[in-house]
Design a protein around this ligand. Structure first.
Ligand code: NDP
Length: 455
């Protein structure tokens, strides 16, 4: 009997049989399987209690991307050599709005990674309360060590194929790892040139050409606002609490900034080479210095450590440092099981994921079992895409809101995501945010898909 028949004839769906089919259909895509498994574990018991979703096979349909575009990118480096990269756009699900999700330029990019990110994005975007479907894209291009001119030529070559698949009513990409303000500007410039239109077809744009206030800060700020909501729910505040942050890119730096503004003590930041430890706590001035070194000068964190006389630990991640709150803001699977155990043993009570799926599955289980305040990425880092949605709204209305107005909206959206997690995440008196986020995101998209019939 095929797995299809097993599922169709069963009264209930089992996580094991469902995942067996996913694993068989998506070989060599461990990150995607990990992301689906997390959702399946939480959502399948809910589906079994609500047979309308079971009979329509909604979860199975959600795990199959609407379409995937893969293409060659040829470009010339400064020496005139021809370079070849692979470009992708995974348009996963547009049930509730145009496809929306970032672009990642990193040598580690492959189809499985982008499918995991696109799948997560479906649920995250639904939680924002805004009308956005889920997508992700990027390339195995490595922007590190490339000149501005090389990055520009690559971005133009990438967009020369991508432009025919996106648009403000179709699919609106944004930044992610390796794609910041510089890259979004090159991409948008090429899109505008090819289409001869000025529309909000990318977000994360510069303020002078349709960008939104706070977009750059939104993911990091949002992860901190989400932690604040989780703590307020347990009558706690972050004033005076010690925080470890990983990464020193877009998300990490603004998470650290907001933490400092809210009175927490941020003692670490990291990059691919190691982490810095500042026992006194990073100040806004120190963060500005780090931002200049990392973002403007594109130099490693060790250069800041040298200049500032700050402790630097080569080749390690910051999770061995004792803290009350941890903000993983670098990349997927950056907290191992051992590191999750260490965080718990050191008394960490809050983990708010600025990055996507930064905790390995078994580590996430430990956080859930310990009933700490554990905000998974699809809830905690949804602030970035939420303000991208707000950027799309401003572009459509042809006006721009102030920093204060957008920050207010960000706080309201993060509070609303928290409320949705509370509504669906009851775990015998405490809130399980993994359960809450997955079921709340699922219900919105699933109900819409049901309304469309079998499509
Ligand atoms: P950036 O490229 O701006 O920064 C990434 C940071 O993480 C850098 O400091 C980088 O180190 C570090 N890093 C990347 N890969 C690794 C690795 N394999 N091991 C150790 N450190 C690593 O990206 P963002 O800040 O935009 O993204 C960070 C995370 O947040 C990602 O998971 C992304 O998907 C997620 N996210 C981002 C959003 C956004 O709005 N930008 C929205 C929602 C989620 P180095 O400096 O050495 O390159």
């Amino acid at each position: 009997m095929s797995s299809t028949q097993v599922q169709a004839s069963a009264q209930t769906l089992s996580v094991e049989s469902f995942m067996a089919e996913i694993a068989q259909q998506n070989p060599a895509q461990p990150e995607f399987i990990q992301a689906v498994h997390e959702v399946a574990e939480k959502v399948i018991p809910f589906i079994n209690a609500n047979p309308k979703y079971l009979n329509a096979r909604i979860l199975r349909r959600m795990t199959e991307a609407d379409r995937i575009i893969i293409f060659r990118i040829s470009w010339q480096d400064d020496a005139g050599q021809v370079q070849v990269n692979r470009g992708y756009r995974v348009q996963f699900n547009n049930a509730i709005g145009p496809y929306k999700g970032g672009l990642r330029f990193d040598p580690s990019v492959n189809l499985g990674v982008l499918k995991f990110l696109g799948f997560e994005q479906i649920f995250k975007n639904a939680l924002t309360t805004l009308p956005m479907g889920g997508a992700k894209g990027g390339s195995n291009f490595n922007p590190k060590g490339k000149s501005d001119a090389e990055v520009m030529r690559f971005c133009q070559a990438y967009m020369t194929e991508l432009f025919r698949h996106i648009g403000h009513f179709v699919d609106v990409p944004a930044g992610d790892i390796g794609v910041g303000g510089r890259e979004v500007s090159y991409l948008f410039g090429q899109y505008k040139r090819l289409t001869n239109e000025f529309t909000g077809s990318l977000t994360g744009k510069g303020l002078s050409f349709g960008g939104s206030a706070i977009r750059m800060e939104a993911t990091g700020y949002g992860a901190v606002y989400f932690a604040k909501e989780m703590m307020a729910h347990r009558q706690m505040s972050m004033e005076g609490k010690v925080a470890t942050v990983s990464g020193s890119g877009n998300v990490a730096l603004y998470a650290a900034e907001k933490l400092v503004q809210l009175g927490a003590k941020v003692v670490t930041l990291s990059d691919r080479h190691g982490y810095i430890y500042d026992e006194q706590g990073l100040t806004l001035e120190k963060l500005a210095q780090i931002n200049d070194i990392k973002t403007n000068q594109r130099r490693p964190l060790s250069d800041y450590a040298k200049a500032a006389g700050c402790e630097y630990v080569e080749g390690q991640r910051p999770w061995g440092v004792a803290c009350d709150m941890a903000f993983p803001c670098a990349t997927q699977n950056e907290i191992s099981v051992e590191e999750a155990k260490t965080l718990l043993a050191n008394g960490c009570q809050v983990v708010s994921e600025g990055a996507n799926m930064p905790t390995v599955a078994e580590g996430a289980k430990l956080f859930e079992e310990a009933k700490i305040m554990y905000g998974p990425g699809k809830a905690a880092n949804a602030g970035g895409v939420a303000i991208s949605g707000i950027e799309m709204t401003q572009n459509s209305m042809r006006l721009s809101w102030t920093r204060e107005e957008v920050d207010q909206k960000l706080q309201e959206i993060m509070a609303s995501i928290h409320e949705q997690c509370v509504e669906y995440g009851d775990d015998g008196g405490t809130v399980n945010y993994v359960k809450g986020a997955n079921i709340a995101g699922f219900v919105k998209v699933a109900d819409t898909m049901l309304a469309y019939g079998v499509v």
